[in-house]
Write a new protein. Structure first.
Length: 377
Protein backbone atom coordinates (compact mmCIF):
# COMPACT_ATOMS: atom_id res chain seq x y z
CA UNK A 1 0.00 0.00 0.00
CA UNK A 2 1.31 3.46 -0.89
CA UNK A 3 2.48 5.61 1.99
CA UNK A 4 0.36 8.58 0.90
CA UNK A 5 -2.76 6.41 1.11
CA UNK A 6 -1.91 5.75 4.75
CA UNK A 7 -1.24 9.40 5.60
CA UNK A 8 -3.39 10.28 8.56
CA UNK A 9 -4.23 6.59 9.12
CA UNK A 10 -7.77 7.11 7.75
CA UNK A 11 -10.63 5.15 9.37
CA UNK A 12 -11.38 3.48 6.04
CA UNK A 13 -7.98 1.74 6.14
CA UNK A 14 -7.16 1.63 9.86
CA UNK A 15 -9.92 0.09 11.93
CA UNK A 16 -8.17 0.30 15.31
CA UNK A 17 -5.63 2.99 16.18
CA UNK A 18 -3.38 3.59 19.20
CA UNK A 19 -2.40 7.23 19.83
CA UNK A 20 0.51 8.03 22.14
CA UNK A 21 0.91 11.47 23.72
CA UNK A 22 4.09 12.37 25.56
CA UNK A 23 4.53 14.54 28.65
CA UNK A 24 6.09 17.45 26.77
CA UNK A 25 2.98 17.82 24.61
CA UNK A 26 0.43 17.32 27.35
CA UNK A 27 2.00 19.27 30.23
CA UNK A 28 3.44 22.79 30.02
CA UNK A 29 6.73 23.83 31.73
CA UNK A 30 4.76 25.04 34.76
CA UNK A 31 3.35 21.55 35.31
CA UNK A 32 -0.20 22.27 34.12
CA UNK A 33 -2.17 20.35 31.50
CA UNK A 34 -2.30 22.13 28.14
CA UNK A 35 -6.08 21.90 28.13
CA UNK A 36 -6.71 24.01 25.02
CA UNK A 37 -4.36 21.87 22.92
CA UNK A 38 -5.69 18.65 24.42
CA UNK A 39 -9.24 19.67 23.58
CA UNK A 40 -8.26 19.89 19.89
CA UNK A 41 -6.80 16.38 20.05
CA UNK A 42 -9.96 15.07 21.69
CA UNK A 43 -11.95 16.66 18.86
CA UNK A 44 -9.76 14.68 16.44
CA UNK A 45 -10.49 11.49 18.38
CA UNK A 46 -14.23 12.20 18.38
CA UNK A 47 -14.22 12.75 14.62
CA UNK A 48 -12.43 9.48 14.04
CA UNK A 49 -14.80 7.56 16.27
CA UNK A 50 -17.74 9.08 14.42
CA UNK A 51 -16.14 7.78 11.20
CA UNK A 52 -15.98 4.27 12.64
CA UNK A 53 -12.40 4.10 13.91
CA UNK A 54 -11.70 2.56 17.32
CA UNK A 55 -9.18 4.53 19.37
CA UNK A 56 -6.90 3.68 22.28
CA UNK A 57 -4.91 6.45 23.97
CA UNK A 58 -1.55 5.96 25.67
CA UNK A 59 -0.98 9.06 27.75
CA UNK A 60 2.09 10.22 29.63
CA UNK A 61 2.00 13.13 32.06
CA UNK A 62 1.26 11.69 35.50
CA UNK A 63 4.75 12.28 36.93
CA UNK A 64 4.99 15.79 35.49
CA UNK A 65 1.58 16.74 36.91
CA UNK A 66 2.21 15.15 40.29
CA UNK A 67 5.63 16.75 40.68
CA UNK A 68 4.13 20.23 40.50
CA UNK A 69 1.43 19.46 43.02
CA UNK A 70 3.94 17.96 45.44
CA UNK A 71 6.58 20.63 44.68
CA UNK A 72 9.18 17.99 43.93
CA UNK A 73 12.54 18.93 42.36
CA UNK A 74 13.74 17.75 38.95
CA UNK A 75 10.21 17.25 37.68
CA UNK A 76 9.65 14.42 40.13
CA UNK A 77 12.48 12.35 38.68
CA UNK A 78 15.11 13.07 41.32
CA UNK A 79 14.65 9.63 42.86
CA UNK A 80 12.56 6.51 42.39
CA UNK A 81 10.52 7.38 45.48
CA UNK A 82 9.77 10.87 44.15
CA UNK A 83 8.74 9.47 40.77
CA UNK A 84 6.42 6.95 42.38
CA UNK A 85 4.82 9.57 44.64
CA UNK A 86 4.46 12.03 41.76
CA UNK A 87 2.88 9.36 39.55
CA UNK A 88 0.38 8.37 42.23
CA UNK A 89 -0.65 12.00 42.72
CA UNK A 90 -0.60 13.06 39.09
CA UNK A 91 -2.48 10.06 37.73
CA UNK A 92 -5.71 11.22 39.41
CA UNK A 93 -5.50 14.62 37.78
CA UNK A 94 -4.55 13.11 34.42
CA UNK A 95 -7.45 10.68 34.44
CA UNK A 96 -9.92 13.37 35.46
CA UNK A 97 -8.77 15.58 32.60
CA UNK A 98 -9.12 12.87 29.97
CA UNK A 99 -12.49 11.71 31.30
CA UNK A 100 -13.85 15.26 31.37
CA UNK A 101 -12.72 16.25 27.87
CA UNK A 102 -13.88 12.99 26.31
CA UNK A 103 -17.20 13.30 28.12
CA UNK A 104 -17.70 16.71 26.50
CA UNK A 105 -17.76 14.83 23.19
CA UNK A 106 -20.11 12.16 24.48
CA UNK A 107 -17.32 9.58 24.81
CA UNK A 108 -16.82 7.29 27.79
CA UNK A 109 -13.23 6.94 28.98
CA UNK A 110 -11.64 4.03 30.84
CA UNK A 111 -8.34 3.97 32.69
CA UNK A 112 -5.83 1.11 32.39
CA UNK A 113 -2.56 1.19 34.33
CA UNK A 114 -0.06 -1.51 33.39
CA UNK A 115 3.47 -2.48 34.30
CA UNK A 116 6.14 -4.12 32.20
CA UNK A 117 5.41 -7.43 33.91
CA UNK A 118 1.75 -7.23 32.89
CA UNK A 119 2.75 -7.40 29.21
CA UNK A 120 5.83 -9.62 29.51
CA UNK A 121 4.03 -12.52 31.23
CA UNK A 122 1.86 -14.37 28.75
CA UNK A 123 -1.22 -14.93 30.94
CA UNK A 124 -1.34 -11.33 32.17
CA UNK A 125 -0.75 -10.11 28.62
CA UNK A 126 -3.78 -12.10 27.49
CA UNK A 127 -5.82 -10.62 30.35
CA UNK A 128 -4.87 -7.10 29.23
CA UNK A 129 -5.72 -8.03 25.65
CA UNK A 130 -9.14 -9.32 26.69
CA UNK A 131 -9.88 -6.13 28.68
CA UNK A 132 -8.97 -3.93 25.72
CA UNK A 133 -11.12 -6.02 23.41
CA UNK A 134 -14.13 -5.73 25.72
CA UNK A 135 -13.69 -1.96 26.08
CA UNK A 136 -13.57 -1.63 22.28
CA UNK A 137 -16.78 -3.64 22.00
CA UNK A 138 -18.41 -1.27 24.51
CA UNK A 139 -17.38 1.77 22.42
CA UNK A 140 -15.13 3.08 25.20
CA UNK A 141 -11.82 4.90 24.74
CA UNK A 142 -9.21 3.31 27.01
CA UNK A 143 -6.59 5.71 28.37
CA UNK A 144 -3.48 3.69 29.18
CA UNK A 145 -0.36 4.64 31.15
CA UNK A 146 2.47 2.82 32.83
CA UNK A 147 1.77 2.30 36.51
CA UNK A 148 4.77 4.35 37.63
CA UNK A 149 3.58 4.37 41.23
CA UNK A 150 4.73 0.75 41.60
CA UNK A 151 7.24 0.41 38.74
CA UNK A 152 10.93 0.17 39.57
CA UNK A 153 14.06 0.78 37.56
CA UNK A 154 14.38 -2.95 36.91
CA UNK A 155 10.78 -3.61 35.84
CA UNK A 156 9.46 -0.69 33.86
CA UNK A 157 9.06 0.37 30.26
CA UNK A 158 10.69 3.70 30.99
CA UNK A 159 8.99 5.34 28.01
CA UNK A 160 5.49 5.25 26.59
CA UNK A 161 6.62 4.79 22.98
CA UNK A 162 7.34 1.12 23.52
CA UNK A 163 4.32 0.80 25.81
CA UNK A 164 2.11 2.13 23.00
CA UNK A 165 3.52 -0.45 20.60
CA UNK A 166 2.93 -3.28 23.07
CA UNK A 167 -0.60 -2.06 23.76
CA UNK A 168 -1.18 -1.93 20.02
CA UNK A 169 0.01 -5.50 19.80
CA UNK A 170 -2.21 -6.63 22.70
CA UNK A 171 -5.22 -4.85 21.20
CA UNK A 172 -4.53 -6.18 17.70
CA UNK A 173 -4.45 -2.59 16.46
CA UNK A 174 -3.88 -1.83 12.79
CA UNK A 175 -1.65 1.16 13.48
CA UNK A 176 0.10 3.20 16.16
CA UNK A 177 0.81 6.93 15.96
CA UNK A 178 3.40 8.60 18.19
CA UNK A 179 2.85 12.33 18.69
CA UNK A 180 6.32 13.84 19.02
CA UNK A 181 8.20 17.12 19.28
CA UNK A 182 9.57 16.38 15.79
CA UNK A 183 7.54 15.47 12.73
CA UNK A 184 9.24 12.17 11.95
CA UNK A 185 12.53 10.36 11.53
CA UNK A 186 15.32 12.42 10.01
CA UNK A 187 18.66 11.45 8.53
CA UNK A 188 20.20 13.40 11.45
CA UNK A 189 18.95 15.33 14.46
CA UNK A 190 16.98 18.22 12.87
CA UNK A 191 17.56 20.41 15.94
CA UNK A 192 21.32 20.21 15.38
CA UNK A 193 21.71 19.70 11.63
CA UNK A 194 20.03 22.05 9.17
CA UNK A 195 20.66 19.59 6.34
CA UNK A 196 18.74 16.75 7.99
CA UNK A 197 16.07 15.25 5.72
CA UNK A 198 12.75 13.70 6.71
CA UNK A 199 12.31 10.02 5.83
CA UNK A 200 8.64 9.55 4.97
CA UNK A 201 8.54 5.80 4.33
CA UNK A 202 10.47 3.05 6.12
CA UNK A 203 9.88 -0.47 4.85
CA UNK A 204 12.52 -2.21 6.94
CA UNK A 205 14.30 -1.21 10.14
CA UNK A 206 17.94 -2.04 9.56
CA UNK A 207 21.22 -0.80 11.05
CA UNK A 208 21.16 2.28 8.81
CA UNK A 209 17.74 3.35 10.12
CA UNK A 210 18.67 2.61 13.74
CA UNK A 211 21.82 4.74 13.40
CA UNK A 212 19.70 7.80 12.60
CA UNK A 213 18.06 7.79 16.03
CA UNK A 214 18.96 10.32 18.68
CA UNK A 215 18.45 9.62 22.39
CA UNK A 216 17.65 13.18 23.39
CA UNK A 217 14.29 14.31 24.76
CA UNK A 218 14.08 17.97 23.82
CA UNK A 219 11.70 19.03 26.57
CA UNK A 220 13.49 17.53 29.54
CA UNK A 221 10.12 16.13 30.68
CA UNK A 222 10.01 13.04 28.50
CA UNK A 223 11.88 9.81 29.08
CA UNK A 224 12.26 8.62 25.50
CA UNK A 225 13.79 9.92 22.33
CA UNK A 226 14.09 8.70 18.77
CA UNK A 227 15.78 5.50 19.95
CA UNK A 228 12.67 4.46 21.89
CA UNK A 229 10.52 5.34 18.88
CA UNK A 230 12.58 3.10 16.61
CA UNK A 231 12.25 0.31 19.16
CA UNK A 232 8.49 0.92 19.28
CA UNK A 233 8.38 0.70 15.49
CA UNK A 234 10.17 -2.65 15.61
CA UNK A 235 7.55 -4.00 18.04
CA UNK A 236 4.57 -2.61 16.14
CA UNK A 237 5.65 -3.54 12.64
CA UNK A 238 6.68 -7.01 13.83
CA UNK A 239 3.12 -7.47 15.09
CA UNK A 240 1.69 -6.47 11.72
CA UNK A 241 0.81 -2.85 12.55
CA UNK A 242 1.98 0.35 10.88
CA UNK A 243 3.59 3.00 13.08
CA UNK A 244 3.84 6.72 12.39
CA UNK A 245 5.85 9.48 14.04
CA UNK A 246 4.23 12.89 13.56
CA UNK A 247 4.38 16.32 15.13
CA UNK A 248 2.17 16.99 18.12
CA UNK A 249 3.23 20.64 18.35
CA UNK A 250 0.20 21.83 16.38
CA UNK A 251 -3.48 22.02 17.25
CA UNK A 252 -5.60 19.08 16.08
CA UNK A 253 -2.44 17.10 15.22
CA UNK A 254 -4.25 14.15 13.63
CA UNK A 255 -6.26 16.38 11.31
CA UNK A 256 -3.14 18.38 10.52
CA UNK A 257 -1.29 15.20 9.59
CA UNK A 258 -4.16 13.92 7.46
CA UNK A 259 -4.20 17.22 5.53
CA UNK A 260 -0.46 17.94 5.30
CA UNK A 261 0.76 14.35 5.14
CA UNK A 262 4.06 15.18 6.84
CA UNK A 263 5.49 12.45 9.02
CA UNK A 264 7.32 9.12 8.96
CA UNK A 265 5.47 5.86 8.49
CA UNK A 266 7.05 2.51 9.31
CA UNK A 267 5.20 -0.07 7.24
CA UNK A 268 3.92 -3.23 8.90
CA UNK A 269 5.77 -6.47 8.32
CA UNK A 270 4.00 -9.74 7.73
CA UNK A 271 2.64 -10.88 11.07
CA UNK A 272 4.15 -14.07 12.55
CA UNK A 273 1.00 -14.76 14.53
CA UNK A 274 -0.16 -13.55 17.94
CA UNK A 275 2.05 -15.73 20.13
CA UNK A 276 5.21 -15.20 18.10
CA UNK A 277 4.42 -11.49 17.90
CA UNK A 278 4.27 -11.38 21.70
CA UNK A 279 7.63 -13.14 21.85
CA UNK A 280 9.36 -10.85 19.36
CA UNK A 281 7.99 -7.75 21.11
CA UNK A 282 9.20 -8.68 24.58
CA UNK A 283 11.55 -6.22 26.23
CA UNK A 284 13.09 -8.56 28.81
CA UNK A 285 15.04 -11.77 28.23
CA UNK A 286 17.01 -13.93 30.64
CA UNK A 287 19.79 -15.18 28.39
CA UNK A 288 21.57 -14.99 25.06
CA UNK A 289 22.53 -17.76 22.66
CA UNK A 290 25.11 -16.92 20.00
CA UNK A 291 24.93 -19.09 16.89
CA UNK A 292 27.23 -19.74 13.93
CA UNK A 293 26.55 -18.78 10.31
CA UNK A 294 25.08 -22.19 9.46
CA UNK A 295 22.55 -21.99 12.27
CA UNK A 296 21.67 -18.43 11.30
CA UNK A 297 20.89 -19.57 7.77
CA UNK A 298 18.84 -22.50 9.06
CA UNK A 299 16.77 -20.27 11.34
CA UNK A 300 16.11 -17.95 8.39
CA UNK A 301 14.55 -20.90 6.59
CA UNK A 302 12.19 -21.61 9.49
CA UNK A 303 14.12 -24.40 11.19
CA UNK A 304 14.54 -25.03 14.90
CA UNK A 305 17.80 -24.20 16.68
CA UNK A 306 19.92 -27.31 17.17
CA UNK A 307 22.72 -27.48 19.76
CA UNK A 308 25.29 -28.06 17.01
CA UNK A 309 24.87 -24.50 15.74
CA UNK A 310 25.44 -22.84 19.12
CA UNK A 311 28.75 -21.07 19.65
CA UNK A 312 28.16 -19.58 23.11
CA UNK A 313 25.56 -19.42 25.89
CA UNK A 314 25.25 -16.39 28.16
CA UNK A 315 23.06 -15.64 31.19
CA UNK A 316 21.23 -17.74 33.76
CA UNK A 317 17.88 -19.14 32.68
CA UNK A 318 15.56 -22.08 33.22
CA UNK A 319 13.75 -24.25 30.71
CA UNK A 320 10.87 -22.28 29.23
CA UNK A 321 12.50 -18.87 29.78
CA UNK A 322 12.80 -16.38 26.94
CA UNK A 323 16.25 -16.00 25.36
CA UNK A 324 17.65 -13.92 22.54
CA UNK A 325 19.41 -15.66 19.67
CA UNK A 326 22.26 -13.65 18.16
CA UNK A 327 24.45 -14.10 15.10
CA UNK A 328 28.22 -13.84 15.07
CA UNK A 329 28.00 -10.05 14.60
CA UNK A 330 26.08 -9.70 17.86
CA UNK A 331 22.77 -8.86 16.16
CA UNK A 332 19.59 -10.35 17.64
CA UNK A 333 17.99 -12.47 14.91
CA UNK A 334 15.38 -14.40 16.90
CA UNK A 335 13.78 -14.78 20.30
CA UNK A 336 12.34 -17.93 21.76
CA UNK A 337 11.56 -20.23 24.66
CA UNK A 338 14.50 -22.46 25.50
CA UNK A 339 14.09 -26.21 25.93
CA UNK A 340 17.06 -26.35 28.35
CA UNK A 341 18.32 -24.41 31.34
CA UNK A 342 21.52 -22.39 30.92
CA UNK A 343 23.79 -24.99 32.54
CA UNK A 344 22.60 -27.79 30.28
CA UNK A 345 22.61 -25.51 27.23
CA UNK A 346 26.26 -24.64 27.83
CA UNK A 347 27.17 -28.35 28.08
CA UNK A 348 25.58 -29.28 24.76
CA UNK A 349 26.56 -26.13 22.81
CA UNK A 350 28.24 -27.10 19.54
CA UNK A 351 27.44 -30.80 19.96
CA UNK A 352 25.34 -33.10 17.82
CA UNK A 353 21.86 -34.07 19.02
CA UNK A 354 22.85 -37.75 19.32
CA UNK A 355 25.59 -36.74 21.79
CA UNK A 356 23.17 -35.08 24.23
CA UNK A 357 22.14 -38.16 26.29
CA UNK A 358 25.79 -38.97 27.00
CA UNK A 359 26.53 -35.37 28.01
CA UNK A 360 23.50 -34.91 30.25
CA UNK A 361 22.99 -38.50 31.39
CA UNK A 362 19.38 -38.72 30.24
CA UNK A 363 17.21 -38.89 27.19
CA UNK A 364 16.66 -35.29 26.17
CA UNK A 365 15.05 -33.07 23.54
CA UNK A 366 16.89 -32.80 20.25
CA UNK A 367 16.46 -29.03 19.81
CA UNK A 368 17.54 -26.11 21.95
CA UNK A 369 14.77 -23.75 20.77
CA UNK A 370 11.88 -25.21 18.78
CA UNK A 371 10.66 -23.25 15.76
CA UNK A 372 7.09 -23.28 17.13
CA UNK A 373 8.35 -21.35 20.16
CA UNK A 374 10.59 -18.95 18.26
CA UNK A 375 10.02 -15.60 16.55
CA UNK A 376 12.39 -13.98 14.08
CA UNK A 377 13.12 -10.31 14.82
Amino acid sequence: MATNALSGFPPALVRRLVIKIGSALLVDPAGEVRVDWLRTLVADVAARKAAGQQVIIVSSGAIALGARRLKLPKGGRGSLEDAQAAAATGQIALSQCWASLLHEKGITAAQMLVTLDDLEHRRRYLNASATLERLMALDVVPVVNENDSVATAEIRFGDNDRLAARIGQAARADAVVLLSDVDGLYTANPHADANAMLIERIERIDARIAAMADTGSASGMGSGGMVSKIQAAQIATGAGAHLAIISGKVDAPLSHWANAGRGSIFLAAESQGARKGWLSGRLTVLGRIIVDAGAEAALGKGNSLLPAGVAQVEGVFARGDVVDILNQDGRVIARGLTEYDSEAAAKIAGRRSEDIPGLLGEMSRTVLVHRDHMAMV
